[in-house]
Every structure is written in C-alpha cells, then in structure tokens.
Design a protein. Structure first.
Lengths: 121, 553
C-alpha cells in the first residue's frame, strides 16, 4: 500500500494539482479544506505526511499544526507548511508552530515533490 | 446633576438619554450661563475706561455657549443672559426699562450670532478651519451691529445718555464684537476639549505656554513702568502666542488670546506701561480694540491654518497606509490563481498527463515564462508596499557570498546566452562568511544583473566581488547604453526608469532598483551607480559583512 499524504488546502484548483501530482507519484491522498477537518481526517486515518496550507477558514494552518504537534499520538507525522510569500514572518511562525518544513506559494510541484520525498525517507 | 451637564456637553445630542430630566439640565445651563455672564459683566463694569468697556467678554460667554451647544441650548442661554443682565444693571444705577431693553439686546445678540453660524456652516463649527474663524468674526459683527441698535436706543431714550448716537452705538458694537471674538472661541474650544480631550503631550505643552503667557502678562501689568518699557515690552507676549497658534489645539490658542486681550484691556484701562500714551483713556480705547481684534484674528487664523495642514498631512499618511495594505492584500489574491497556472503548466511539461508534444511544449514554455514574469512583478509591488508600510523585515543568517553569486550566475546564464552577451564572474574564492538576509541579497544581485542583461544589447556583463575590512563591495558592470546624468538619481525612485522610450521596449515595473536600494540600506550598506552615456554603467553595492539587527526603514 502506498504512503498516505493528507492535503489540507481550501482551494479546489490547488487541491487538484496536488491530487494529480501525488497520485501520479504513487501516493494515496486524503483531503481536508480546513484545520478542523484535518484533525478529523487524522483521527480517521493516520497519514504519513501532511501538506498544510496556512490561510484556511475555521481553523488556520498554524493552529492545526500546533494541535497535531501537541498530541503525542500524531506528533511524529512530518508537516510541510505551505506559506504565503505575502506575509513576512510566515516561515518563523510556521517553525514556531512546530512544522518540519515549509514551501512558499506559488510552489513548483517538482520542488514540492522533492521535499516530500526528503521527509518520507 | 453635574454629571448630566458634563454628559450634555460631552455627548451633545444624546443628552436626552441622560438620567436627569431635560428641564433640569436646561435649568443648570441657564444658571451657569447666568452666573458667568453676571460675573463677567460686573468685572467689566469695574474695568470701564472713561465710562466705556474696552471689550465685553460676557457677550462671548452667551454666544460661545450657544454656538458650542447648538440650538437646544437656546432657551436656557437666553434666560440666563437676560436674568444676569437685569440683575447686573439693577445693582448699578440703570433704570428698569433701559435694563429690560439691554437684556433683550444681549440675549438677541447671542442668538443671532449663533444662528448665523449654524445657518451657514451647520452644527459642526470648528476653530480648526479658517473659513469658520472668519465666519465667527462676520457673525459677531452682524450680531453686535444689530444689538447695538437696541443698546443705543436704551442708552439714549431711556437712560438719557449725553453721548451722540453714533458714539454710543460704536462703543456697544466694538466692545461686544470684541468680547465675542475673544471669548467665544475659548468656550467653544473648552466644550469641544471636554468632548474630545487632548493628548497628554499636547496638554503639557499647552499648559506650559499658557503659564508663560500669564506670567509675562502679569509682569507687564505689575512691574513699574520704567522697568517695563525697557525690559518687558508687551510684544513679549507674541512668541508664546505664536508658538501655541502653530502647535497647540484650539483650546489653548483661545485661552492665550483671552490672556493677551485681558492684558491689553487692563493696561489700557489703568494706563500701564506702553499702554499709557499721553492721551486720555477714551482716546486709548479704539487703538486698544484694534490691537485686540488684530491679535485675536491673527492667532486664530494662524492656528486654524496650521491645524488644517496637520490634518491634511495626517490624512495623506493614512491614505498611504491604506494603499500599502491594499497592495499587500491584492498581490496575495493575485498569487493564488497564479499558483494554479504555474502548477498545472509544470505538471503538463513534466508529462504527468501523457507525453506532451514538442509544439505544445514550446507554447507551455511561454506560458511558464510569462507566468513567472507576472509573479516577479507581483512580488515587486508587494515588496515595495511592505517596505513603505515598514513591514519588510530581514531574517539574518550566515551566508556565503560565493554561493550567492554562483546562484545568480546560474539563474541568469540562459538569459545572457539568449542575447549572446558574455557573462563574467570575477569573485575570488574563499570570501569571508557573511551575515545577512541571503534571500534578499540574492534578490538584489538578481535585479542588478538582470537589469544589466536587459538593457545591454551587445558586449559583456561582469560581476565582481571583494571583501575589504568589514564590508563586501560588489560591482555589476555592463556595456549597455549608459545612464544620463539626469536619470542617475531618479532610477532609484519608485515607478521610474531612465529614458522612457527604452522603458517601453524593456518590460518591468521600475520598482526593482528602488527595492534593491532599500534592502541594501536595511543591511547598513549602500547602492549607487556610476555611468556615462554610451559607455555602459556600473552598479556598486557595499554590504557590511556582518549586518547588525535589521534597521527599520
């Protein structure tokens, strides 16, 4: 069974890109459109890696990252945060929330895939 | 009760919601205005110069209260003014009938003056506007000219005054008009200061200047005449007055104007110092009135002018802040769809959706190039708006300048190749490790080298770097058209490029250099250009090897 990646992203187009990229690369994917859904999805099935967008409705990426990293059961799951270039200090905030890595939006799918591989090995 | 009056003053129209009944508030206003009017009137009667009041501050109390509180204070102010006039005059030697005429004249004067202002300028009279200050003068002149007719009738017909009709009217008109112009602003400003208290710093500065004014005024009146004329002339009052007019809130200016007026009135009445020319008291009154009028108007107009300028510059700063915020939001919104465009393009180019034919690949390459270009433009706009909003911060870490230059070289190699330009890097190995924002420094060099390639049609672009004591010096030299002297400074300004005919051919926002310079300056370095038309340009960057804490621009 392929490894499972949870994609937390509120924009359908961007989810579709990740869907295409990740399934093509042989991963299974789970999807969530906000932080709260992400927590539910993790409870249903523990993913091997999480791609977390920051600007999300209901519960943003920082908060979701903090909660996942605060829970001993899910702490080990690597989280790659997708930061927005627009707001300086995003990287520092993502690190403070406990993320393992980050990519800036707009990201190159190729570069993103390389990052994912780095954390799954 | 006191609280309700304060509420009435503080919240204006919401007074109806106050807990005390409306009539009680009105009664209180009537009492306060009445007592203040009475005290001012009695004091003025003590200060008569040759039987004539230099100014009549009581008129300013009624008119000022009415202008500040609006039409709903009309009844209490009228009642208070009339009652005070009756009592004050009957305590003197005036007969009942003339006193009644004076009472109507005094109250009518305040109502007419306030009505004129409200009619032409609405309820939001402000001492911070030149037009309103001039309107106050106009309304006071009309109001007192009319009430002067009643007053003159009272004096001539009922009091049997010996003075001529013209002289009587003129004295009434001049002293009441002056009273309104000097005292009404004080009340208006005080009431508006209760509604919106001034900031602490403003308060301290204002009170200090007022104390200085009062001291000088006191000295002018108390010191013996010989000492006074040589040591403390009346004109010494003007520096603090002008200082307040330029910097203070209207309340302090109005208070200052009142103090200076009082000093002049006092000096005139008792013939003190410079205010004691050889002529009689009566002959001194008109010049004194003229001085008070000019001084008051000058200070109030100056204060309004300065306030308008202050308000304008604040509005401009706010608008600029909004613009920066708007640009930041907008460029974020633009970036989101761009992520999808660039993402899909890359996936198609990577044959994710099947083998991509060569023809289609060429088209997609162009989509990708243009998408990246658009992204750069958006990033430039965003960077600049962040710099302007003071929100661009450096994230400092150790970096290798050799690596940075190498990275820039790789990034622009193909660009130079397309234009058949020679690209040379002359960087000695083993430069010291620097401390700074690597991403931003890369951005600066990419911009400089990118520009050099963009504007050079044939020849060489050379990048050199060296380390002196504690600073790197990086030079980007090209064999392009060069930059005219006139353009050498403006190219660093936002939205500017050199020769606009060139600009049209070379895409760009014209923001890059301005951003680059700010980034270099935030590191504590310098960015400048040396160039001659026709002989190419060299852009120099000096950068402290160890940048300190990011300076806020």
């Amino acid at each position: 069974m392929g490894k499972c990646i949870l994609v937390v992203e509120d924009q359908e187009d961007n989810r579709q890109i990740l869907r295409d990229l990740l399934t093509f690369s042989g991963y299974e994917i789970a999807e969530a459109t906000n932080g709260a859904e992400a927590l539910d999805a993790i409870a249903m099935r523990r993913p091997d890696l999480i791609l977390m967008d920051i600007q999300l409705p209901i519960m943003d990426g920082y908060e979701a990252t903090r909660r996942i990293k605060a829970d001993p059961a899910t702490r080990a799951i690597p989280i790659i945060v997708v930061t927005s270039y627009a707001l300086s200090g995003d990287e520092a905030k993502a690190r403070a929330a406990g993320s393992d890595d980050y990519v800036a939006k707009p990201y190159s799918p190729r570069a993103l895939l390389a990052k994912i591989l780095e954390h799954l090995d | 009760m006191v609280e309700d009056i304060a509420n009435q003053i503080r919240y204006g129209r919401r007074a109806a919601e106050a807990s005390a009944p409306r009539w009680a508030v009105s009664f209180a206003i009537a009492c306060i205005v009445g007592i203040a009017y009475f005290v001012a009137a009695r004091l003025s009667l003590l200060l008569l110069a040759d039987g004539v009041a230099v100014f009549w501050p009581a008129a300013g109390i009624s008119a000022g209260t009415l202008i500040a509180l609006g039409r709903r204070a009309q009844l209490p102010v009228t009642v208070g003014t009339m009652a005070a006039t009756l009592v004050a005059n009957l305590l003197g030697d005036r007969n009942l009938w003339s006193t009644i005429v004076f009472a109507f004249s005094n109250a009518g004067e305040a109502v007419l003056t306030a009505w004129l202002i409200e009619h032409f300028f609405g309820a939001d009279f402000s001492l911070g506007r030149v037009r309103h200050v001039l309107a106050l003068l106009g309304a006071a002149v009309i109001g007192t000219a009319v009430s002067g007719i009643g007053g003159t009738a009272g004096f001539k017909l009922l009091q049997g005054s010996p003075a001529s009709i013209g002289t009587t009217w003129l004295h009434w008109f001049a002293s009441d008009a002056l009273g309104i112009v000097t005292v009404a602003p004080l009340l208006i400003a005080l009431i508006s200061a209760v509604r919106k208290p001034p900031r602490r710093a403003e308060l301290v500065e204002g009170i200090a200047a007022i104390v200085v004014l009062a001291l000088i005024g006191g000295l002018v009146l108390i010191l013996p005449a010989e000492l006074l004329t040589s040591v403390i002339p009346v004109t010494l009052l003007f520096p603090p007055l002008l200082w307040l007019a330029a910097r203070g809130s209207p309340a302090f200016v109005a208070a200052a104007v009142f103090i200076v007026s009082l000093t002049i009135v006092w000096g005139t009445t008792f013939g003190i110092g410079e205010l004691r020319p050889a002529s009689s008291v009566g002959a001194r009154v008109l010049p004194a009135q003229a001085s008070i009028l000019l001084m008051t108007l000058g200070a109030l107009i100056l204060a309004a002018l300065f306030k308008q300028i202050r308000d304008q510059s604040r509005a401009v700063a706010e608008a600029s802040q909004h613009k920066s915020q708007f640009l930041a939001n907008m460029s974020h919104e633009l970036r989101t769809p761009l992520n999808a465009i660039l993402g899909y393009t890359e996936l198609i180019l990577d044959n994710l959706y099947g083998e991509t034919p060569d023809k289609m690949r060429k088209a997609l390459d162009r989509v990708q190039q243009n998408g990246r270009h658009l992204l750069n433009l958006i990033n430039d706009v965003l960077d600049l708006s962040k710099i302007e909003a003071g929100k661009l911060t450096l994230s400092l870490s150790d970096y290798s300048l050799n690596n940075v230059v190498q990275g820039v070289f790789v990034a622009v190699e193909s660009l130079a190749g397309e234009k058949k330009l020679e690209l040379k890097m002359d960087v000695p190995p083993g430069l010291p490790i620097g401390h700074g924002d690597e991403r931003r420094i890369t951005q600066v060099l990419l911009n400089l080298v990118g520009n050099a390639i963009k504007f050079t049609d044939a020849g060489t672009v050379t990048v050199t770097a060296e380390a002196a004591k504690d600073a790197f010096t990086i030079a980007v030299r090209d064999t392009g058209p060069g930059i005219a002297d006139a353009d050498r400074l403006t190219i660093f300004e936002e939205f500017r490029q050199g020769d606009s005919s060139v600009t049209k051919k070379k895409a760009g926002t014209g923001l890059g250099l301005s951003i680059a310079r700010r980034i270099v300056e935030m590191h504590g370095g310098r960015l400048w250009v040396e160039s001659k038309l026709g002989e190419g340009s060299t852009f120099f960057v000096t950068l402290p090897i160890k940048a300190k804490v990011a300076a806020v621009t």
